[in-house]
Design a protein around this ligand. Structure first.
Ligand SMILES: [Zn+2]
Length: 209
């Protein structure tokens, strides 16, 4: 008598949830599938022999992905970046404002306005006061603030930071040499193409670099 035996993989859903499906380009329901190798006898699975791993299957498009896809979330990553960018931009503006000594009310108003434009939301004055205190007491430079966020910024984002810095420098009526130094530091820290930076400076009526 001949026995026909073998093995085959069987996938079983072990968890439900949602994830960001790159195929659907949005959040979708998913199954976390666990694949086990089954011993088969006359093609009938009899018992599991080994673990073949796990994968994620999108319930909508049925595409399958490595389990690590569950950590991928471009939406929350974008939000985290937005928050980081906003903080860096705000600190840079305060550093700009502190460059010529003290911060006057016009500068605080300018920073608040510029930051509201960046953050696209109303800013709590208490929040601004706390930021000002931090900028006043820390020893970090605009370079320190921008080094982490600059690589993730596109030209428009960089221009926004630079124009915010210039707006702050202009708030008290004239742009001092210390402020010019800071603006140059911002441009360098943003790693902005020189021609692009000069275009912005010329538009703002400042000397090019
Ligand atoms: Zn999908």
């Amino acid at each position: 008598m001949i026995f026909i035996w073998g093995s085959r993989g069987r996938a079983k859903s072990i968890e439900n949830g949602d994830f960001f499906c790159p195929e659907c380009n949005g959040r979708q329901d998913m199954d976390l599938m666990h694949v086990k190798n089954w011993f088969t006898f006359y093609w009938i699975p009899i018992f599991p022999m080994g673990d073949l791993g796990k994968y994620v299957e999108c319930k909508r498009c049925k595409a399958t992905f490595n389990e690590r896809i569950r950590d991928y979330d471009p939406e929350s990553q974008a939000e985290a970046f937005e928050a980081e960018f906003s903080i860096a931009a705000k600190r840079v503006m305060f550093k700009m404002a502190l460059a010529d000594g003290e911060i006057d009310d016009a500068e605080v108003a300018q920073i608040t306005q510029a930051f509201q434009n960046i953050a696209k939301r109303e800013i709590d004055p208490a929040d601004m006061a706390a930021e000002l205190e931090m900028a006043r007491n820390d020893t970090l430079t605009v370079k320190d603030y921008l080094t982490d966020v600059a690589p993730g910024l596109n030209d428009t984002g960089k221009e926004l930071v630079l124009r915010s810095a210039i707006a702050v420098a202009k708030a008290d009526g004239n742009v001092d040499p210390e402020e010019i130094v800071q603006i140059k530091e911002v441009i360098a820290a943003l790693d902005m193409p020189k021609a692009y930076a000069n275009g912005v400076l010329a538009e703002e009526g400042l000397a090019t670099i």
